[in-house]
Ligand binder design. Structure first.
Ligand code: AHM
Ligand code: MG
Length: 337
């Protein structure tokens, strides 16, 4: 073998990686559920890159349970994930941002052991302006095996997640996930239709570079949050980290940038919206799980996001997520006010 061949990096497909890194407790169904999600990601990516084409772009004229207008791509992404998973006997129930109630498994199919929660297309206000969007997912174990899936199976805290991840539809499509053994990123090669391992063992780097927040809401935040944001960009001198601001309004994209470059994303509570905007079950908790696996942390300002048990499917939570010490500094500022 020539030196050139010896030192060429291995090419690892997501299928191979999932198979070789499956946890002992979860051979078979769990592994196949992750394949299904990767397949859904490919199908959604295929549509998002054609979003400018007439029949995909634009609203379907419905509003979802959050009172937001559904985009065609939201609907497509939502249905694709459900239709890939509902008949596989791998899950007992699902929950999606696009549906008020749980998504039951049709009675003709056997129920499986897992629960899939997902936001099929996050950042949907960015579709029409050709900006990155994403899918977020989390996998729990069913609480009660004896019954068909119920809402109780979905209402679990992030610390019960077996796996979580996201797909970023950006200048390339990436799938980033963790089963509790580090965070690994795969980039889709659109020509061969495979996700290839591109970012093994991702950790929040030091020093961090960015903070991401919607500054337009500054006047609605608590004093502690305002002080924290001033500290982030160097408003006090001293040990301020003097970070640059980058905010795109797609949670997956903002989180991903901070994961690769170091930084913190926050969507705080506001005067008339104390819970902020981000949903606990299928947005905040999966990203908190990934952050923790990458050496970071997620807080609601006073509490680890992973420790909050949702009371309902679409509950919102304030969130600060990123390099651990930055998030802990936010908690300090918030405690002081
Ligand atoms: P969505 O689920 O309706 O797409 O909303 C969630 C999105 C997040 O991706 C993003 O972080 C946030 O909303 C941006 O909100 P804002 O426009 O208020 O800054
Ligand atoms: Mg969303």
């Amino acid at each position: 073998m020539t030196n050139d061949m010896k030192f060429t990096r291995k090419i690892v497909t997501i299928e191979r990686f999932i198979l070789e890194h499956q946890p002992d407790y979860a051979r078979g169904d769990f592994t196949n559920l992750l394949y299904d999600i990767a397949m859904a990601a490919k199908m959604i990516a295929n549509k998002t890159t054609r979003a400018g084409l007439a029949d995909i772009l634009g609203s379907v004229g419905n509003t979802n349970v959050q009172g937001e207008e559904q985009q065609r791509l939201d609907v497509y992404a939502d249905k694709t994930i459900y239709r890939l998973v509902d008949h596989t006997n791998r899950v007992c129930v699902m929950a999606s941002e696009e549906h008020e109630d749980i998504l039951e498994i049709p009675p003709e199919f056997q129920k499986g052991r897992y629960v899939l929660v997902y936001d099929p297309l996050d950042g949907s206000s960015n579709i029409d302006v050709n900006i990155s969007i994403g899918t977020i997912f989390g996998v729990f174990k069913c609480v009660d095996w004896a019954r068909r899936g119920r809402v109780e199976d979905c209402l679990q805290a992030g610390n019960q997640l077996l796996a979580a991840g996201y797909v970023l539809y950006g200048s390339s499509t990436m799938l980033v996930y963790s089963t509790g053994q580090g965070v690994h990123g795969f980039t889709l090669d659109p020509h061969i239709g495979e996700f290839l391992l591109s970012h093994p063992n991702i950790r929040f780097p030091e020093p961090p570079q960015y903070y991401s927040v919607n500054h337009g809401n500054f006047s609605k935040w608590s004093g502690g949050t305002q002080d924290f944001v001033r500290w982030l960009h160097g408003g006090y001198g001293g040990d301020d980290p003097q970070l640059s601001e980058r905010y795109i309004g797609s949670l997956v994209a903002d989180f991903h940038r901070n994961l690769l470059r170091g930084g913190v994303f926050l969507y705080p509570g506001e005067e008339n919206k104390p819970e902020g905007k981000i949903r606990l079950l299928y947005e905040a908790a999966p990203l908190a799980f990934l952050a923790q696996q990458a050496g970071g942390f997620a807080s609601n300002g006073t509490e680890n996001v992973m420790d909050i048990t949702p009371q309902n499917l679409h509950q919102r939570t304030p969130i600060i997520v990123g390099n651990r010490w930055l998030v802990q500094k936010a908690e300090e500022f918030i405690r002081q006010t």
